[in-house]
Design a protein around this ligand. Sequence first.
Ligand SMILES: Cc1cc2nc3c(=O)[nH]c(=O)nc-3n(C[C@H](O)[C@H](O)[C@H](O)COP(=O)(O)O)c2cc1C
Length: 379
Amino acid sequence: MCQERSSAKRMNNCNREGVCCGDMQMVCLTDFEEYAKEHLSKATWDYYAAGADECCTRDDNLLAYKRIRLRPRILRDVSVSDTRTTVQGTEISFPVGIAPTAFHCLAWHEGEVATARATEALNTCYITSTYSTCSVEEIVAAAPNGYRWFQLYVYRDRKLSEQMVHRVEALGYKALVLTVDVPYTGKRRNDIRNQFKLPPHLKVKNFDGVFQETAGPEEYGIPANTLDPSISWKDVYWLQSITRLPIIIKGILTKEDAELAVEHGVQGIIVSNHGGRQLDGGPASIDALPEIVDTVQGRIEVYVDGGIRTGSDVLKALALGAKCVFIGRPAVWGLAYKGEEGVREVLQILNDEFRLSMALSGCRNVAEINRNLIQFSKL
Ligand SMILES: Cc1cc2nc3c(=O)[nH]c(=O)nc-3n(C[C@H](O)[C@H](O)[C@H](O)COP(=O)(O)O)c2cc1C
């Protein structure tokens, strides 16, 4: 934690609408978190920060990384280091992408357009959330050369999901990320207390016009009960029947489901507990990673998200077998700080920290990162 930063200094330097942030020096991701907490409205901050119920899993996502100890190697000439890797056959500059998070316009007026530009500039992967406050067309137009996957939910109205799939396929999205841990939305206490709602000037832009006729209760910007809780493995076959894009399942936490994912012919798994926003009491995602990697045995790529806040967290996740990691909340904090530039800074800081951690543990490239780096006796 970077507690030494003075709050007074932050207060002098910025405004909530993201116009000017002065010359604050952001050193680590926690600086962006503190900034966002101070400058977003309480309801918005609470929405981004929320975990389910008592937030045990949300908090354990971070603590679990702190329990892991590394076994650094020395005298290995780390004068040159290379952080590049590939995901689904495409090269990215370092193994950190942006996880799908909803409602970026709450943090910064340009919203997902700014996120897309930042990830294009840093040459990494941006998973666009279905619940974006910019449309997928606007996102692609803003960053035409960006490498993107699209996060999908399965709706009771399958046509709605199908139309989204065809739209993003036509726009050049390179994979579908099927989120499977939300048959129902987790219970986030502060959102209930705050009666959290999108402000009237913002919309779930991808569904502009779709729900206009619908009256009745809504949940996070769309009518309640739009998601289909009866979704099952057969829907993976259905999805395969309507797209040629690779399918990546997000929200697997057990070896049993990892095996089923491989058997159902998907191309990747994101080990995730949704940032602790769904089932409270489930494992930290980094703790679930090893059994999934052991089960999958390299047949498909395995990624992880949840609680990654430093470059050494990235190193630990790769050492435990993740091909790439994804960050959720830190990207939103970057947006809240300075829009596109803020997200770039968040990514750049993680990249620099990751490169340093690699070098300090004797790794010259990502291929040299493996389980020998982890001190299992301490786990
Ligand atoms: C504010 C917020 C909104 C999110 N929205 C989505 C979403 O629309 N779709 C999805 O699959 N996951 C969503 N997630 C989960 C993230 O993709 C990711 O799993 C999680 O944020 C990773 O944890 P981290 O925030 O600790 O990095 C959301 C998470 C947060 C914090």
